[in-house]
Structures are given as structure tokens and as C-alpha cells.
Unconditional design. Sequence first.
Length: 152
Amino acid sequence: MRVTGTVDALLKAKGNVVWSISPDAMVYDAISMLAEKNVGALMVMEDETLVGIFSERDYTRKVALLGKNSRTTRVREILSSEIVPVSLEATVEDCMRLMTEHRIRHLPVVERNQVLGVLSIGDLVNWIITAQQAKIDQLENYIAGSYPSTTE
């Protein structure tokens, strides 16, 4: 089953709040913000420029497992600097493909160097589940004869 939908439609449905942090912030502050906002990643912004992404995965692999101290380590020391952005016109399938190819869980939505939103793997899965359920409901209504008639 093909899932349709664009990043633009997905952002309109889920919202486009972008949580960000400075690269000079301490990792402790970043993980505190992740917990407070109940998100898995923060955009790392220097002024208005996206310089990387800080995620729970970065913390566990680059701080906790290496014995670093989150109160004395700056975000810039451990952020993921490989940014894989998507545009508003990208499809949900495009996003899933990018996440799989790059083994990432968050995609910043960027247009003209401005971050307009962030998509997580959870956002995409929710979109796909909702689209599939809508298609199932349509088919069940059609089979049951309750599909809306186009002629009257």
C-alpha cells in the first residue's frame, strides 16, 4: 500500500514547534530540555543557522558510554553534524527512505535556510497508521454499501 502525503501536510496536522539549543550549552541542559519537552532531539542552532542535531542517542553513545560528564561537556562536542533536511514538498515515503538510509530518527524541515519544523520517526509512523486506517474504513464502507453515493 502506498502512503501519500507531504511534509507540508504532516506539519499542518502535527504542528511545527521547533525546540532548539545553543551549541555552547551544556549537555545536562540539553537532556533536561529533552525531558521537559518530551522530545527525542533538539535542533542545535547558532543564531539562526542549524549546525546540528542533539539526540538521546548522542547522549547515550557519546557521553554516558564514554564516561564524560554531562555538566561539563558542551553540546557542540557531541552533536550530530550530519544534517539530512527535507523540504515541505517531500513525501512521507521520501522521509522514511532517508531515515532508513541514514539511520536517523529526526529530520529537520528546511526551506531557504530556515528550520520550519522537525519530523520524528514516530510522526511518520502515526501518519502512516492514520492513512491506512482511513483506507480500511473507506473499503469497509464500500463493501457494506454505505459508501457515499455520487449520484442522487
